[in-house]
Design a protein around this ligand. Structure first.
Ligand SMILES: O=C(O)CCC(=O)C(=O)O
Length: 267
C-alpha cells in the first residue's frame, strides 16, 4: 500500500532566503527513477529514437560554425525549447506537485508557465553562459518571475553549475550589452567576486528570481551537465509583447488585462 505524502514546501527560513538572496536550492524534488526516465528522453531527442523535427534545437555556436568537431551532432546540442508542451514526461515535470507547491509559496495560487528550455552542457563542449538577468530578455511585467532550474545530472562547479549574485534581484534591471554569442550584464554594474556557486544534485532544483544575476561556466569535465529551466509567472503578470502570446496555465485563474492562459495542449 502506498502512503500519500504532502507536496514539498519551503521552510520559513528557505522562503526568507529566497526573498533576501533571490534563490534557494531544494534537493529531492523527483525520485532517481523519474530522473532516469527524463534523461532517457533527452538522449532519444539528442541522439536518435524520437522525432525532434518539430522542436527548436540550438547547437553550440562553435560546433555550428565548424570550429569544434563532435563525434555525433547530439554531443553539440545546447538547448531544446518547449518540451513541456511536446513531451509527456516533461509535461509531468512542468506540472510536478512538489515544484508547483513551492511556486505557490513564491508566486501565489495563480500560475502560468512562461517558458521551458532544456539547457545542455555536453562534456568538454558546453560553453559558458555569461552573467545576465532573465527579465531583461523577457517581455513580461512586473519583473518578478521565478525559474526552477531542475538538475537532470549532478550540477557541480566542474561541469557548469549555476553561479548567482545573492541579493542582486533587489537592484532592479541592470544594463545589458551584446558580446560574441551572448547578451550579458555590463561589467560595470556588478561585482564578479560576489558570485556564489549553487551546486544541485540530480533531481533537485535551484529556484531563482528573474532579476538575479546568474552565470554558468563552460563544462571542462568529462560528465554531462543537463538541466531544464522551467520559468513561471503569476497569472496577474502583463505581457508587453505584440501580439500577445498565450501561455500554459499551471494552476488557478486568469485575470482580465493580464497574461492570457490556456489549458495545456493534449498530448
Ligand atoms: O543552464 C545554463 O547553463 C544557463 C541557464 C540560464 O541562464 C537560465 O536558465 O536563465
Amino acid at each position: 500500500m502506498s502512503v500519500a505524502t504532502a507536496p514539498m514546501q519551503l521552510t520559513e527560513q528557505q522562503l526568507v532566503q529566497y526573498q533576501r538572496d533571490g534563490y534557494v536550492v531544494v534537493e529531492g524534488l523527483l525520485s532517481r527513477d523519474e530522473v532516469a526516465g527524463l534523461l532517457e528522453r533527452v538522449r532519444e531527442y539528442t541522439h536518435g529514437g524520437r522525432d525532434a523535427s518539430k522542436l527548436h534545437v540550438q547547437v553550440e555556436p562553435r560546433v555550428k560554425r565548424g570550429e569544434l568537431k563532435v563525434a555525433h551532432l547530439g554531443d553539440g546540442v545546447r538547448k531544446i525549447d518547449r518540451l513541456v508542451q511536446h513531451d509527456d514526461r516533461f509535461r509531468r515535470l512542468g506540472l510536478n506537485e512538489n515544484i508547483v507547491s513551492i511556486l505557490e509559496q513564491i508566486l501565489g495560487p495563480d500560475i502560468q508557465l512562461f517558458r521551458n528550455a532544456l539547457m545542455l552542457k555536453p562534456p568538454e563542449v558546453g560553453s559558458q553562459k555569461g552573467m545576465h538577468q532573465d527579465s531583461p530578455y523577457w517581455k513580461v511585467e512586473p519583473m518578478d518571475l521565478c525559474s526552477c532550474w531542475f538538475a537532470l545530472d549532478d550540477a557541480t562547479p566542474e561541469n557548469g553549475c549555476m553561479g548567482v549574485i545573492p541579493g542582486g534581484h533587489l537592484k532592479g534591471a541592470l544594463p545589458h550589452v551584446h558580446v560574441t554569442d551572448d547578451f550579458v550584464i555590463d561589467e560595470k554594474h556588478y561585482n564578479k567576486d560576489e558570485m556564489v556557486l549553487a551546486p544541485v544534485k540530480a533531481g533537485g532544483g535551484l529556484f531563482f528570481h528573474s532579476l538575479v544575476p546568474h552565470y554558468t561556466a563552460p563544462n571542462r569535465s568529462k560528465h554531462w551537465r543537463r538541466a531544464i529551466a522551467l520559468s513561471y509567472m503569476s497569472a496577474r503578470s502583463r505581457s508587453t509583447q505584440n501580439p500577445e502570446p498565450t501561455y500554459m496555465t499551471v494552476k488557478g485563474r486568469s485575470f482580465p488585462g493580464c497574461v492570457k492562459g490556456e489549458a495545456p495542449p493534449r498530448l
